[in-house]
Design a protein around this ligand. Structure first.
Ligand SMILES: Nc1ncnc2c1ncn2[C@@H]1O[C@H](COP(=O)(O)OP(=O)(O)OP(=O)(O)O)[C@@H](O)[C@H]1O
Length: 358
């Protein structure tokens, strides 16, 4: 199997809606996935990630809208004519067949000549590092090895795109990290446009070029992992991608510039083109604990420590600021032991790290 960069195709999804009976599960999905991209569908359980992936593969009820592979609308094609490879969460290996037979199965079905099957299966097994286990049955393999067989079996037929439905969720944490790296390397080697479904934001962040965040059958935002983390376009995305502090309140124009007043009555200067009700969102590491003089160009907040968790490289504090609890991640340094529950502290917030959401 050779890297097939020449055949890389993008995937375009236009106005896709899909219902199970009366229940609409995908509600007007629009998406452009670039050729060769490693793309993730990220969202909580029930958000429609698997349904969207399965719709691309041709499984499940027929959706409304369009699914294009390159220029070709594949929506009306049966799964086996789409040239799309899908790896299921359960792996779905044949238990009575050896690893080699499992991987060869799809080629035999396609009536590929025997000598070519041998060569392609060898290549696929080498690619996933399982050549030496070719004569074993799935029950004689670890979870990670079974996962690799499932991938080899899918890529051996040289699909135009690779779809992976939570492929790492049955593996333990260490193996998952290793498989993440292996999967990314394999994807780069093959140059296959790949979609990966996960509910784990760390997994999506580490593996993907771009992510679509889904909630309730709607794409909430699409972007590179850091873009989504730094500039969430709504509260759902802010919360789903890591810990987010959120201050709800109003922005007023005063004589000396603009002031933000939280719903709990804490106020501070804040500059933003809009006025009125908004939420200010910022990450725990955007707040600093100030022992001495206030750093210039920071928003100052007074609070008291409610809870403290020492995590080694950082200390995570819960700080009560005028009736609202904010999370603060402070890089651990010697000499901070005196900050205890009940301590009064000053916080400095970097205004440029605040995202104002309406
Ligand atoms: N065969 C089905 N019949 C009826 N409803 C279904 C069917 N499959 C999925 N659903 C519903 O569609 C919604 C989306 O399900 P889907 O499996 O796509 O979510 P998901 O984001 O992949 O979740 P998970 O991470 O739990 O797999 C859910 O509310 C689910 O109950």
């Amino acid at each position: 199997m050779q890297p097939n960069n020449k055949q890389q195709v993008g995937i375009t999804i236009k106005d896709l809606t899909l219902a199970f009976g009366e229940t609409e599960v995908l509600k007007g999905v629009n998406l452009e996935i670039e050729p060769g991209e490693f793309f993730a569908f990220l969202g909580p359980s029930g958000s429609g990630k698997s349904t969207l992936l399965r719709a691309i593969a041709g499984f499940g009820p027929e959706p409304q809208g369009q699914i294009l592979l390159g220029d070709e609308d594949i929506k009306a094609l049966p799964p086996w004519r789409r040239n799309v490879g899908m790896v299921f969460q359960s792996y779905a290996l044949w238990p009575h067949m050896t690893v080699r037979q499992n991987v060869a199965y799809g080629l035999e079905e396609r009536k590929v000549p025997t000598s070519e099957i041998r060569e392609r299966v060898d290549n696929a097994l080498n690619l996933v590092g399982l050549y030496h286990l070719a004569e074993r049955r799935p029950s004689q393999l670890s979870g990670g090895q079974q996962q690799r067989v499932a991938i080899a079996r899918t890529v051996v037929v040289e699909p135009r795109v690779l779809l992976l439905d939570e492929p790492l969720s049955n593996l333990d944490a260490n193996l998952r990290e290793q498989m993440r790296r292996d999967l990314l390397e394999l994807q780069r080697q093959l140059g296959l446009t790949t979609i990966f479904v996960t509910h784990d934001q760390e997994e999506a962040n580490t593996i993907s070029d771009r992510i679509a965040v889904l909630d309730q059958g709607v794409i909430q935002q699409v972007g590179k992992p850091m873009e989504l983390y730094d500039n969430p376009s709504n509260k759902f995305v802010a919360d789903f991608l890591g810990t987010a502090n959120m201050l709800n309140g109003r922005l007023h124009e005063g004589l000396n510039g603009k002031t933000f007043m939280t719903e709990f009555g804490v106020s501070f200067p804040f500059d933003h083109p809009d006025n009125g009700a908004m939420s200010l969102v910022f990450r725990p590491q955007s707040l600093e604990i100030c022992d001495e003089d206030m750093v210039p160009n920071r928003i100052e907040l007074q609070g008291s420590v409610k809870h403290k968790e020492f995590l080694g490289h950082l200390v995570r504090y819960s700080i009560d600021v005028g009736g609202q609890v904010l999370m603060v991640d402070d890089p651990h340094r010697r000499g901070a032991e005196h900050i205890e529950n009940g301590s009064s502290i000053r916080l400095a917030l970097k205004p440029e790290e605040i995202v104002a959401l309406r």
